[in-house]
Design a protein around this ligand. Structure first.
Ligand SMILES: [Zn+2]
Length: 417
């Protein structure tokens, strides 16, 4: 306990009535208590977390009574307190409909788009997802949201953003406006740096959402990828490469790409994860961002389900080799990929891949924070970390579906649900 403890003036408000519109702030010190706590790495018994000005200033396990003037919000013996979840790959500009890209293709209404994105971000936060990396917008709209949520954290998750993804002319997601190849790549990356983007997203292979684009085909040469990585690193920015095809994954590893998104190991319509490529990924500092989490499985598409099983098997091999695996849901791209789908990945994918219950929760909290360069203040319940917290009913270590039984969410110490 530090000497900074002051009585609380405005207590937390339950906001079940509306998404993300809370005007209250918390001053003074508050305590949150639950029967079980997962600190981002391991489980503890009854615990009390002290929050002051948006940060965690103390974590006490076992019997602990804070000073009498500190209000304690006790969620009870069956409550499970953990760090807020982190989604490493989402698209707030897409609307998770069957035509999810329509609203940002061609002419679009920017104020209307931003209003929808604000509502989406609020729903993400209320699901307990307190940090999100957006890997592809149009016209840098997510930068505006990032600024708004930095100012008013109760309105949305902590945002990292890539701006428009780099792609080839007419290539995957070209309609987002990020076409650049060859000598134009360096300038395009510099523009993202000057605008304040957190990460460079590049479409190394083709993708599903763009007509005429093939998942297995490289969009960029290894030399172009190397230029992108070199330029971005000189500016202090990491590179996330969208890579479905085996060859694009290999190029990403060889050129020192920081994040391989999807990493589907596709070749000739199958998942082909050779041991030498798996070894190379595990030996590299590269983080692999698996596209997991489905609100329901793709019905009537046995081929797709079989592919998904094979991808889980490939990720099991990566996990066995201690590769750095995180989850990026690709939230927003289709109806089975709503933006708040991340909890499903823990229940349906990470456990099947072979992560232990504690590892699976770490993948979407502390490990994700470390991978995204946020390990010092996100993904952990520890002194000095941001008070981004999730409280659920029952233990998701025993039953991962519990992760969707949200009882409370705090963002920078402000209760938003
Ligand atoms: Zn994506």
């Amino acid at each position: 306990m530090s000497a900074t403890v002051r009585p609380n003036h405005v207590s937390a408000i339950d906001l079940d009535a509306g998404p993300g519109l809370m005007e209250a702030t918390i001053s003074g010190t508050n305590a949150v208590r639950a029967g079980v706590m997962f600190d981002g790495t391991r489980q503890h018994g009854p615990s009390t977390v002290l929050i002051h000005e948006g940060r965690i200033i103390g974590v006490e396990t076992g019997r602990f009574e804070p000073p009498h003037d500190v209000p304690v919000l006790d969620f009870g013996a069956d409550a499970f307190l953990m760090p807020g979840l982190i989604d490493a790959h989402t698209h707030l500009v897409f609307d998770a409909s069957a035509t999810s890209t329509a609203a940002v293709t061609g002419d679009y209404d920017r104020p209307a788009l931003l209003d929808r994105m604000r509502a989406t971000a609020a729903s993400v936060l209320r699901a307990g997802i307190t940090t999100v990396r957006d890997l592809g917008d149009r016209d840098y709209v997510t930068l505006q949201l990032r600024a708004e949520f930095a100012e008013r954290p109760e309105r949305g998750p902590h945002l990292l953003t890539a701006g428009p993804p780099l792609t080839t002319h007419g290539g995957h997601c070209y309609f987002l406006g990020g076409e650049a190849t060859g000598d134009d790549l360096a300038g395009a990356i510099r523009e993202r740096y000057e605008r304040g983007c957190d990460v460079v997203k590049i479409m190394a292979s083709g993708g599903q959402m763009t007509q005429g684009s093939s998942l297995e085909q490289n969009q960029y040469s290894a030399a172009e990828l190397a230029t992108a990585v070199e330029t971005a690193h000189r500016l202090g920015m990491p590179v996330a490469a969208h890579a479905h095809g085996v060859q694009s994954i290999r190029n990403a590893v060889v050129t020192g790409v920081d994040f391989i998104e999807h990493c589907s190991f596709l070749r000739d319509g199958k998942v082909v994860a050779d041991a030498d490529l798996l070894d190379a990924i595990a030996a590299a500092p590269t983080v692999v961002s698996g596209t997991f989490g489905f609100s329901r499985l793709p019905e009537g598409k046995p081929g797709l389900l079989a592919l998904l099983d094979d991808m889980r098997a490939a990720f099991a091999e990566l996990a066995r080799r201690d590769a750095r695996v995180v989850v990026g849901t690709d939230g927003g791209v289709s109806p089975i990929k709503p933006h708040n789908v991340l909890p499903y990945a823990v229940a349906d994918d990470l456990r099947q891949i072979g992560f232990t219950p504690e590892q699976a929760l770490a993948v979407v909290t502390s490990r994700a924070a470390d991978a995204l360069g946020l390990g010092w203040n996100k993904g952990r319940i520890s002194e000095g970390a941001d008070a981004d917290l999730l409280v659920v009913s029952g233990s998701p270590l025993a039953d991962p579906a519990r992760l969707r039984d949200v009882r409370a969410v705090f963002r920078s110490g402000i209760r938003v649900r």
